[in-house]
Design a protein around this ligand. Structure first.
Ligand SMILES: *[C@@H]1O[C@H](CO)[C@@H](O)[C@H](O)[C@H]1NC(C)=O
Ligand SMILES: *[C@@H]1O[C@H](CO)[C@@H](O)[C@H](O)[C@H]1NC(C)=O
Ligand SMILES: *[C@@H]1O[C@H](CO)[C@@H](O)[C@H](O)[C@H]1NC(C)=O
Length: 441
């Protein structure tokens, strides 16, 4: 499970699988009329409204300040509750390999950004900081470097496309994984002739990038809990049920993918108005209150069971990306233009959730690579959309209301190009030959 040792597992040779799921509309980006296509796609992408207007989806679209978690809802000492269902398996640590997740940010305008944001026409407003009027752009120019003699491979989009030939990548999770999907789609698009790329970003719950010449696709499935949230709205009253024993309904579409990248966590700690569920369902019973660790542990077990049952580990690589840090309260992202240096990040996300994830994947029969990006992202207080998560006009309005930037600034997601490009670079690094992630001796 430790980052470097998981790389040793190597990347498995995969066979061609059929694409699942119908694509309602495909944007064909014509090389010959590039400018017009760009505009068309931009405006379509910008007006793409959530297909479902329930509170569940609406809140997904906006930066969601995580409400503080009531201490009583976190049971710090409940780790034994989820121990019982995990097969005990020691975590292997190979100290001779590089840990690509340990390193430093280096200002390097030659190597970064990895693509030009203007040339990624389907990039959403939420993350298009430059397009929305952000003028300080140094946040695009930092490069993640390994420690000492560790050399992390540069991202090579053409090479990644070759490796993905005939394959399907699915990215499943919340808006932070959508952020990662947008990044990967832009990275690969930058090496694709626009007429040979198909991109569909209209739906908020499903997105796809296809490189036609490589017969490969990268899809995003919205599933912030990984287990099923049943949304019920009747006569203005809402009764949303989080089904801890049932994997997300979209899971049937994940099947057969060659690479699966998951995340979850952020939505579990939501409280107050943005909390998505009203009741938990477990063992046929519905309850209003359950300890966060207990509910999360059950859900992770449900997810793990699905993976063990439906994933052929000789054909599919499963990746879990850990928590993306937010910069709020005392370490506010607003107005920050440089990464944090020598400042210790004050973590607000419950550590117990991270531990449950790590225990779960360490105990699974199917190997899971851990995309351990929390720490490296913590320094990047400068790289959130902040007030540039909207178009300039709206951002300006927000600026006039700066007395409460916490309402208008997004310090959860990341500007693109930006930090998620590094997550994808590390995903790529874990795909390339084992030796290239090693220390140079
Ligand atoms: C994740 O990365 C951090 C920073 O390198 C490291 O301290 C931590 O032990 C890693 N966690 C796991 C489970 O590998
Ligand atoms: C990127 O990969 C392609 C295809 O494997 C290769 O031809 C090219 O030299 C690589 N580029 C760099 C800069 O390494
Ligand atoms: C942000 O920066 C502007 C311009 O430097 C300054 O006027 C404003 O007071 C700053 N706001 C905060 C909350 O730091």
């Amino acid at each position: 499970m430790e980052g470097s040792s998981s790389i040793n597992n190597g990347w498995r040779i995969c066979i061609l699988a059929s694409f699942i799921g119908a694509i309602i509309l495909v944007f064909r980006l014509k090389h010959s009329s590039n400018d017009i296509s760009l505009l068309t796609v931009q405006s379509l992408a910008a007006t793409a409204a959530p297909s479902n207007s329930s509170e569940f989806n609406t809140s997904a679209q906006s930066p969601s300040p995580a409400a503080p978690v009531a201490p009583s809802e976190i049971n710090e000492s409940s780790t034994s509750t989820h121990d019982e269902y995990l097969e005990k398996k020691p975590v292997e640590v190979n100290k001779e390999k590089c840990n690509i997740f340990s390193g430093e940010w280096v200002y390097n305008p030659k190597e970064s950004p990895l693509y030009n944001g203007n040339e990624c026409p389907f990039l959403s407003d939420q993350v298009s900081c430059r397009r929305n009027g952000r003028l300080d752009i140094d946040y695009e120019k930092w490069s993640w470097e390994g420690k000492g003699l560790c050399q992390i491979p540069r991202f090579n989009a053409t090479d990644m496309l070759k490796r993905l030939k005939g394959k399907r990548v699915v990215i499943v999770g919340d808006s932070l994984n959508r952020n990662q999907w947008e990044s990967l789609a832009c990275l690969l698009y930058s090496a694709t002739s626009p007429s040979r790329a198909h991109v569909d970003v209209r739906s908020s719950t499903y997105k796809v990038f296809k490189a036609l010449d490589y017969h490969c696709s990268v899809e995003f499935y919205w599933s912030p809990f990984l287990v099923e949230l049943q949304t019920n709205q009747e006569n203005g009253t809402r009764n949303n049920i989080l089904k801890l024993d049932e994997v997300s309904a979209s899971a049937k579409k994940w099947k057969g993918a060659h690479i699966m990248v998951f995340n979850t966590g952020h939505w579990w700690v939501h409280r107050g108005k943005i909390k998505a569920w009203d009741l938990f369902q477990h063992n046929g019973k519905q309850v209003e209150k359950m300890k966060l660790d207990l509910a999360f542990g059950i859900a992770m077990k449900t997810w793990a069971r699905w993976i063990n049952k439906h994933v052929d580990k000789t054909k599919t690589t499963v990746v879990f990306r850990n928590i993306s840090p937010e910069h709020k309260d005392k370490q506010w992202c607003y107005n920050r233009t440089q990464p944090m240096k020598d400042e210790s990040f004050i973590a607000t996300f419950p550590e117990s959730i991270v531990q449950i994830v790590e225990k779960t994947i360490a105990g699974m029969r199917t190997p899971v690579k851990y995309l351990n990006i929390t720490k490296l992202s913590q320094d990047r207080i400068d790289a959130h959309p902040s007030v540039y998560a909207r178009k300039q006009k709206q951002a300006l309005i927000a600026k006039q209301q700066q007395r409460q930037p916490e309402i208008y600034a997004d310090c959860s997601h990341w500007c693109l190009p930006g930090v998620p490009d590094t997550w994808n670079r590390l995903l790529y690094a874990s795909m390339v030959d084992n030796s290239s992630s090693n220390c140079i001796d």
